[in-house]
Design a protein around this ligand. Structure first.
Ligand SMILES: [Zn+2]
Ligand SMILES: [Zn+2]
Length: 345
């Protein structure tokens, strides 16, 4: 079968690999779509001696059940399914408490990322993937091409939003920075599930136009004027919640500049920005709650799938044939994707 493989720094190739054998607790999924994420670009830039070299990429995977392991029940051939992002154990303290996105078995302290398809386990940018049955969720009549990006591009913002949901009442202002793969889903989830006033920011005019059509109350260019404008829009008080789906220095600075006293910031994007905490300075307002949000739980995923099935959120999909994976990586790297690129085998 074809498999998009990380072969050396900054390089992917389509290799021919055997169709995986399945264990008794696994199913073989015929991949219908595999989303391409900025973290895939980050992964292939970890150097020439990275342990992931040789592995098949792809952590946003949906498809149809092709073959079923001897011990698996509840799935039938042809069922459409989405693969969970975090391949959690299901048994540890964190999993049992519903925090399976930080499963202590597959996400040890100091690890780069929890075990996921395409990150330590063979990914879904291939014709087939073997998956433990308990890592699959049904998607009903959603097209696997549209559903695949839900596994991260909708899951991750859903999780970040759920961590601050009690703050997002109708009198609140939320700022969401970055309207790419995750950000365009965050905007739709905020619009569909909260009453808060939404201020969306990006540097790209087309993405701002998308935001105006999909629930943003105000769509602003993310530039040097943005912080002053947001403060003006909030009577100088600032925003209740800020989501940063970019994480470059200007967006980290912006998040800190506009969060209100007692507000919350969720840093999601991995753009390499930083901030210094100075204990006796007012740079960070009193009471601000900051979380470095990762992925989401199975419950968050169920909610994202439910919203998509109700037609309340939808991924802007840019389709590429699996054979054109190298081109898709290049286009994403150069900022040419509006929404989410999905590889279709
Ligand atoms: Zn991702
Ligand atoms: Zn666990």
């Amino acid at each position: 079968m074809r498999a998009v493989t990380y072969v050396k720094n900054d390089t992917v190739e389509i290799w021919d690999k055997p169709v995986p054998e399945i264990a008794p607790d696994e199913v073989l999924l015929k991949v219908g779509g595999a989303g391409l994420c900025h973290s895939d670009i980050a992964i292939i830039n970890f150097g020439d001696d990275n342990p992931l070299i040789g592995s098949t990429l792809g952590h946003e995977v949906a498809g149809t059940v092709e073959r079923i392991g001897a011990d698996v029940s509840g799935w039938a051939e042809g069922d459409a399914a989405l693969v969970a992002l975090v391949l959690s154990c299901g048994q540890c303290r964190e999993c049992l408490a519903g925090r399976d996105n930080q499963c202590e078995v597959v996400s040890p302290r100091g690890s780069l990322a929890p075990l996921s398809p395409g990150i330590g386990s063979p990914g879904g940018m291939a014709d087939y993937i073997a998956v433990k049955a308990h890592h699959l969720d049904p998607i009903g009549d959603l097209d696997p091409v549209d559903a695949a990006p839900l596994a991260d591009a909708a899951l991750t913002p859903m999780h970040a939003i759920n961590t601050v949901r009690d703050r997002l009442d109708a009198d609140a202002t939320v700022v969401t920075i970055g309207l790419g793969g995750l950000g365009h889903m965050a905007l739709q989830i905020l619009a569909a599930t909260t009453g808060a006033r939404i201020i969306a920011l990006d540097t790209d005019d087309e993405k701002l136009a998308f935001a105006r059509e999909h629930g943003a109350d105000l769509a602003l260019k993310s530039d040097g004027e943005a912080a002053a404008r947001i403060l003006e829009e909030t009577r100088g008080v600032g925003a209740d919640v800020v989501f940063d789906f970019v994480g470059v220095q200007p967006t980290v600075d912006l998040a800190l500049a506009v969060v209100r006293v007692g507000g919350a910031i969720r840093f999601v994007g991995l753009g390499g920005g930083s901030f210094e905490y100075v204990a006796n300075s007012g740079a960070l307002p009193w009471g601000v709650n900051i979380e470095r949000a990762y992925g989401g739980t199975r419950s968050d995923l169920r909610q994202a799938v439910a919203l998509a099935r109700q037609g309340k959120i939808g991924v802007e999909v840019v389709r590429y044939s699996l054979d054109d994976a190298v081109q898709a990586f290049d286009d994403l790297h150069h900022g040419k994707i509006q929404g989410r690129a999905v590889l279709v085998p």
